[in-house]
Design a protein around this ligand. Structure first.
Ligand SMILES: Nc1nc2c(ncn2[C@@H]2O[C@H](COP(=O)(O)OP(=O)(O)OP(=O)(O)O)[C@@H](O)[C@H]2O)c(=O)[nH]1
Ligand SMILES: [Mg+2]
Length: 348
């Protein structure tokens, strides 16, 4: 017995199919309309990934135990590099530990920690490490001869050696924010804010400086450009008489003038304000800007650098918002970030 399908039934079915397609297209259109893509740019080490980690902690569930276990290795590798770095610098400056035994311990630590499994080796050597880092000669050397930023991180890691090298160690959120792990390529962080889906693209610093590469992101809703204020005394790799802060200004100028971003709001994070503040006590801002006539007062120096960056975008000034930040400080980043996202929503 055949099945009788009338022309009317077929028409109804076609209408239903068409409606389903229309509904899903509309849903996709609405989803797209409620998706905000933010591109993070800035030189390597400026603090982009640290901000991205903050967003995960503030607006998502933070880090699961599995990821924390991976960070345990990263933290321990950071301790190993910090230790090798200090011992190598001490050697280079001819600074010696007080006894032959300590000198031998230092040499064997250096050799062993240069291996690829340094995060394991460092656990075996925890007692020797604790002994060396408690020596006055090492502490004094860090104070006087290691740059403020490295020294600050080393102090943090060395102070927490017992905890970091214990068998039960699970990194805290703050440990995760403090460690250094260069991004390779691109990481996308998805989160929700005020009913919108945000996609935060955290790219490695080397990509930021390639103008050609920016083409891949012409449809972004906003640019979040991060600068390390503290890089004002770090020599530029390309130009002997300039610093990384000058390099950052150049890239920032290029990004702001880039035609593909001409409607995107630009949020500038002048980051690492804590390191900047410490550094100003030792290194005057004139090492980077001979036209700086102010004092080593933090607020005054900050305003000067901010004005320099604002001058890079004179024709895009209405699209620019500036914040002075410490990306490792969760409560302050929470308010600055939420204010920035609100601006993005207003302007897009
Ligand atoms: N003291 C201090 N340290 C910071 C701050 N922001 C970031 N850091 C530290 O600086 C280091 C580099 O930060 P990242 O976020 O990895 O830098 P990035 O811009 O992602 O660098 P790339 O991935 O190489 O492009 C990490 O050890 C962070 O903990 C800050 O405001 N203050
Ligand atoms: Mg990164």
């Amino acid at each position: 017995m055949g099945v009788n399908i009338s022309a009317h039934d077929m028409e109804q079915a076609a209408r239903r199919r068409s409606k389903t397609i229309d509904d899903s297209l509309e849903a996709e259109r609405l989803r797209q309309a409620r998706t905000v893509k933010v591109l993070m740019l800035g030189l390597s080490g400026a603090g982009k990934s640290t901000l991205a980690k903050q967003v995960r902690m503030i607006h998502e569930k933070g880090f699961a135990d599995k990821e924390k276990a991976l960070y345990r290795e990263v933290v321990r590798n950071n301790v190993a590099s910090a230790m090798v770095g200090v011992l190598t610098e001490m050697d280079a400056h001819g600074v010696l530990f007080g006894t032959e035994e300590l000198r031998q311990t230092a040499n064997s630590i250096k050799d062993r920690l240069r291996s690829s499994d340094s995060h394991k080796a460092i656990v075996d050597m925890r007692h020797s490490l604790a002994l060396l880092t408690s020596q006055k000669v090492l502490k004094d050397f860090m104070e006087t001869s290691i740059d403020v930023e490295t020294s600050q991180l080393n102090h943090y890691l060395f102070r927490s050696l017992d905890k970091i090298l214990s068998d039960s160690y699970a990194p805290s959120d703050y440990d995760i924010l403090r460690v250094r792990q260069k991004t390779t390529g691109l990481n996308e962080i998805l989160f929700h804010f005020k009913g919108f889906e945000f996609r935060l693209c955290d790219v490695d610093g080397h990509c930021s400086v390639k103008k050609k590469w920016l083409q891949n992101f012409e449809n972004v809703s906003a640019i979040l450009f991060t600068v390390a204020l503290s890089s004002y005394d770090v020599k530029s790799k390309d130009n002997d008489d300039q610093t990384e802060l000058h390099d950052a200004m150049k890239v920032f100028t290029t990004v702001c003038a880039y035609d593909g971003f001409r409607r995107a709001p630009i949020i500038l994070f002048l980051n690492k304000k804590d390191v900047f503040q410490q550094k100003l006590k030792k290194v005057p801002l004139t090492v980077a800007f001979s036209d700086y006539k102010g004092t080593s007062d933090y607020t005054e120096a900050c305003q000067f650098v901010q004005a320099k960056f604002e001058a890079c975008v004179s024709e895009a000034a209405d699209r620019l918002t500036v914040h002075v930040t410490n990306a490792t400080d969760t409560p302050s980043i929470r308010s600055v970030f939420d204010a920035s996202l609100a601006v993005v929503l207003e302007q897009t």
